[in-house]
Structure formats: C-alpha cells, structure tokens
Design a protein around this ligand. Sequence first.
Ligand code: SER
Length: 582
Amino acid sequence: MNVREEFIKYFTKNGHKQIPSSPIVPENDPTVLFNTAGMQPLVPYLMGEEHPYGKRLCDYQKCVRLTDLDEIGDKTHHTFFEMLGNWSLGDYFKKESIGYSFEFLTKVLNIPVERLAITVFAGDEKIPRDEVSAGYWKEKGISEDRIAYLGKDDNFWIAGDSGPCGCDTEIFYFRSDDEIPAKFDPSDERWVEIWNNVFMEFYQDENGNISELKQKNVDTGMGLERIVAVLEGVDDNYKSSIWSDVINKLEVITGLSYEGNEKAMRIIVDHIRTSVFIAADPASIKPSNTDQGYILRRLIRRYIRQARKLGIDINSDFDEQIALLIISKYEKYYSELSCNKEVVLDVLSNEKKKFSRTLEKGLREFEKLVDLNAKVIDKNIAFKLYDTYGFPIELTIEEAKDRGMSVDVDGFYERFREHQEKSRTASKGKFKGGLSGNSEMETKYHTATHLLNAALKKVIGSDVHQLGSNITPERLRFDFPCDHKMTDEEKKMVEDLVNEWIKEDLPVERLEMSKDEALRSGAECTFIEKYPDVVTVYKIGDVSKELCGGPHVSHTSLLGHFKIKKEESSSAGVRRIKAILE
Ligand code: SER
C-alpha cells in the first residue's frame, strides 16, 4: 500500500485540498534554517489569514530536523523526513479531527482498534483537562484503559517558544508480537507514537503569555517513515520499503552486508538523502560556512567520513549512485529533484573533491605526526593538524578513538587561545579573511551588515539581532525583529551612525576562539548550534563583535558611503532593510 497516496486520497475525498509541499528552506521565515514540521509554512493561516486553497488542507511536507544529529545511526532517526498532515483552518475541530484519524487508521490502513492507544492533555492551572477529546475517542471504541492523560511536556504542542499552539492528542500503535496489555502505559516502548493531532486555539508570545487565536484550528502530523515501518512490521525504519533498496544498493557498492554495519550505512543513506533534498531546493543552497550551506557541508563531510570507515573509495561515485536512486524514488512527488538533478550531483562531487583533499592530506600528516604508541595525542600535534592541515579537531578525536587513543582536547584549546592572541596582534591593520568565492563588493557588504546590525541596536533597541541576511555584489539585505515601520528619522540616524563609523576607519579584527569562549565574551551570534567548536569572531573597533565566517574588509574606511534603499515588512514582527554602498 502507498500510504502517502492513500492519505491524500482519503483527505481530499473528505473535502480537503492538497497543497504542494513548501521548500525545505522556509521562504518567509528567517528565524529557522529549515521547515521542521508540516505546519510551519502555514503559520500565517493558523493565525487567521485566509488560505487561497480554503479551510481544509492536506499535504506531505519535506522536513529537516537537526536536533537529533547525534542520534542518526540508530533505527528510527532521520535528518530529513516527510510529514503527512491535514489541517482545519477555523473549520472543524476535535470531533471531526479524531473521527478522520480513527477512520483513516482503522478503515484505510486496516489497523485493528486493539493495537491503538491514545494520550490527551491532563490539564494545568490555565487550560482544563481535555475530557472532550477523550470522550470522542471513547465514542470510537477506545477503552478508558487505553487513554492516558499527560502533562504539558507531552500533550501540548508548539514549534519553538512562541507561536500558534494548543493541546494535542497523540495516537500510539502497539508494535510487538507480545500480547497487547489491556492498560496502556505510554512509557512502554512497545507503544510507538504514530500521529499527532494538535488543537491549535492559542497563541503563546515570547514571554509565555497565552491568548486565544482568532479561530480554532486543527494541525495534524504523521511521520511517513514511521507509519510505513509500522505497517510493514519492521522495527528498523531502514528495513522498510522507503530504504531497503537504497541499503541494498549500498551493500552492492561496498560488498558488505547491512548486518554488522548498520550505523555507518544508516548515516550514509540518511545524509545523502538530506543533502539531495537541500541541494535541490529552490533556495539554491551550496556548501559553505554559514547557515543552510554549513549544514549541507557538514552532512556531506559526515557521510564521506562514514564511507571511508566502510572502506569505500571516497573518490568513487558511490554517493552519486545513491543520490540517483533517491532522486528516481522521489521525483514523482518532488519535481525539483529531476529539474535540479545535475545541480545536486555537482554539489555532491565538488564538495567531495574539496573535502577529500583536506582529508587525505590531514590523514597522511596524522600518521606521520602521531606517535601510535602513545595513549594521548599531544596538544601541539592536534593543533598543528588543525592549523596547518585544516584537519578538524572532531576528526582528530575520531581517528584517535579508532586507534584506542585519546586527545588532549583542553590543551588543544589552550594552544588555540594562544594562537588567537597572536592573530589579534597580527590582524591589526592587516586583512586576514579568506576572500575566495566572494567579490570585493560582497566582502564590503559583509562588514557593512555588521555595522548596520550595531547601529540598529542603538537606534531601535538592544534586542535587535540578525534573523536573516543576504548579500549580492549589488546590495545587502538584513532582517531583524522590530514591531514597527521605521520612521524617516530612525533610518537617517542608522545611516549617520554607520557612516560615522566608516569615517572613523575602525580596524576589523578576525579572532578565533572556542564557541563557549565566544559566547562568554558577549559576541553576537545567530543559530549557535550550527557552529563548530572553534569559531571565528569579527570585531570592529568597539562597535561590533559577531560570530561570522567572514570575509571582511580590514578597516571600515574602505566601505564608501552607506545608504538605506528600502525598509519594509518581511513577516509579522520582522522588518527588512536593503542597503547599498556608494
Ligand atoms: N505540528 C505537530 C507536529 O509536528 C502536528 O503536525 O507534531
């Protein structure tokens, strides 16, 4: 059975319009790198805006979640996954939503009622216990014993800290050949959650205050990978039909069997699939050291390292073969995969070439420098591998581990700080950024962006920070939180401040330090979790200090004259400035 197609068929039959999956890189929400749930592109409509397709929607949405990156390699986690969802935008509510889910599971997917159990919200001081949902489940034939009442951590759903939200009811499936216990215990791992129905009737602001939304919505989400595995009776998602042919292909390429090599194989296929979807996205992401590009680079480099571990010749086209198979499996549902096939293959092979040069050189030096009889890799060697050969400290740690050794990581950071001291002195008045891939103008705009951010903090308020940035040789674009349209005076003050700093010819210094140290020193940073342990911080006089990959000019007088061309709304509570250097 094709669950995806059955799902769409069932909900369209019940008055829902199928909407296309949004790109994985959100189009209008600079606060997140990727869509992480089916509801994310629908936030304005959950808040009350009218959706062009009406009040009943369904889709399958591409999602990327990176919070579990370290868990990839187990049976159930993925960096990319698809979420099946149906929505009511101020139309039906709990009764119909529960009715649809129940009917789809028991009549279309033919899941026996005895295999199902439910959780509902137990209530707290603000929101009452959800007896209404529990009542509808009982009407459907779910026994009292199979309904568990849980608190806010389990049965209240919100994406992040603020936004539309509400209590939810989760549907569990008993995945085991054991006798099904009469009483449902949600902590018993034989019960797996398969579907989440959120009743979005509230809005939570940044301070945790809850108010009622204009309309009562339903937002449901069912992970496709999980439901397919459940229906096919496998407890390892990678053994389901979504993955089995991909794993088989990898077995053929490596000559190895999946059994015994599960972890590396899962990471390889998972990361290739995610890289394919990111590279094919309309946002045209390329591997880089910032934002989505950094994630793409990290995924590609991680699967290459795993491939090496399996003995694959990393300069072969192993990943392209896997990518082509993935494209052929998904192109029917996502046309961007066939349209951008060549782009995807180029992205993978170019990044692989770059990384394999670093890797091979670093490994050769590793073998030469490291005394294999020692138990611990000395800090100076770890630092030399990093500094001279670009070998990341994570790789040194991994390579050491494979040889039963450890690394003097504290010592490494100590050396690192000494180096940073030196570069601080050396960079005074001297440009130290790498300019590759960036034109002179783009470099200037990078520096101007830091000045703009600092000026906005002074004029609008200290909570201004970067929500999104985009630079071309022609202009900079900067998104930041602000609850009003900027006045002409405010714009003028920002321009004047930036131009003053340009005239003062402030030095731009490049510092390297550990991530923790950077944060402690008060350096500004967006998306901290995506940065490596060792980061670059750019300091402009005493005006600005930000984590950033650069490049930047060496001193501010090189920038010319700064001018705001446009100030407009980007999304609710977010303003966008476009500015030029003349
Ligand atoms: N937003 C909910 C989730 O992601 C239901 O779609 O689980």
